[in-house]
Design a binder for this molecule. Structure first.
Ligand SMILES: Nc1ncnc2c1ncn2[C@@H]1O[C@H](COP(=O)(O)OP(=O)(O)OP(=O)(O)O)[C@@H](O)[C@H]1O
Ligand SMILES: [Mg+2]
Length: 281
């Protein structure tokens, strides 16, 4: 086997379809990969999430929309255990945490966090190290994986996001869209089961939005399971399997993009969509 085929075959263990087939021996094909029930979170006396329930099928894309302050980021941060919920159960694959059972241990938090890769609104890259080192930091430092193997995989991931020639560059030498794509490669590098995106294009100049959305669309087509907070409605229409509309810490509407985005049932969703589609109206 040549070196390049071996790095590609090691990527196939990374591929979401690979992880699906290994799951299918133990789980029924239609079992959700992610299951959230009764998720609740307050900051002080402000109830930010009030009993959030949803499932995410393996290989599917869920888009979360809703007004500012409705709790979208808190949902993603709870899935990634950056916020520790007050109550509710989060299960990702075969890792489940019941947040009502106190104390929630550091080990539970770390195990849940390792199931998902998160891409933030702004990239959070390490400024003083190269693109390649940014992508290998998680696998090498946190997961203690072999450096040559992590580097080979990182190069494959950089190819996946269209940045194979930028491995030696520093973040400041890249455009905002390129930095965001490095952020995606870095999140993928820990081999997560689930990818979380929090408004990944909202801090970008308009002409750079497309290159990031195209990478995300490609990941979806490859079978990655994704939960995406975005107000890019055309992306949601084209790529989402389900859309959740949140307001005031609850999911007010859920359904296919056609149901929620084109024929919203509630006045709240209609008004929200009207505001983002026709901001001058
Ligand atoms: N660490 C925190 N401490 C106190 N309040 C917080 C904290 N994090 C979030 N909140 C509050 O929780 C509410 C929900 O915040 P969240 O960031 O989840 O909203 P969002 O839907 O992502 O909004 P946006 O569209 O503006 O990003 C807001 O009122 C916010 O001020
Ligand atoms: Mg937010």
């Amino acid at each position: 086997m040549t070196e390049s085929t071996s790095s590609i075959s090691s990527m196939s263990s990374l591929s979401p379809l690979g992880s699906l087939s290994s799951l299918s021996s133990t789980a029924h094909e239609t079992d959700p990969l992610v299951s959230v029930s009764g998720l609740a979170k307050s900051f002080g006396d402000h109830e930010v999430l009030r009993s959030i329930d949803f499932d995410v099928a393996p290989g599917s894309v869920t888009v979360l929309i809703g007004p500012s302050g409705s709790g979208k980021t808190t949902v993603l941060r709870s899935l990634n255990a950056l916020d520790v919920a007050d109550a509710g159960v989060v299960r990702i694959g075969d890792v489940g945490v019941d947040f009502a059972q106190r104390p929630v241990t550091k080990r539970q938090v770390a195990t849940l966090r390792a199931q998902s890769g998160m891409v933030f609104q702004s990239h959070h890259l390490f400024p003083h190290v190269t693109v390649l080192e940014n992508v290998t930091a998680g696998p090498v430092l946190a997961q203690r994986r072999d450096r040559p193997e992590a580097e080979a995989e990182a190069r494959e991931l950089l190819r996946l996001v269209g940045l194979e020639d930028k491995d030696g560059a520093y973040p400041y030498q890249l455009s905002g869209g390129q930095q965001q794509r490095v952020g995606i490669a870095r999140a993928l590098a820990i081999r997560p089961q689930l990818m979380l995106f929090d408004e990944p294009t909202s801090a970008l100049d308009p002409e750079l939005v497309g290159e990031v959305l195209r990478v995300m669309r490609d990941l979806a087509a490859q079978g990655w399971t994704m939960v995406v907070v975005t107000h890019e409605i055309r992306f949601a229409q084209q790529v989402a399997d389900q859309v959740l509309f949140m307001d005031g810490g609850v999911i007010v509407e859920r359904g296919t993009p056609e149901e929620v985005l084109t024929r919203p049932r509630t006045e709240r969703a209609r008004q929200f969509l009207h505001r983002i589609l026709d901001p001058l109206d």
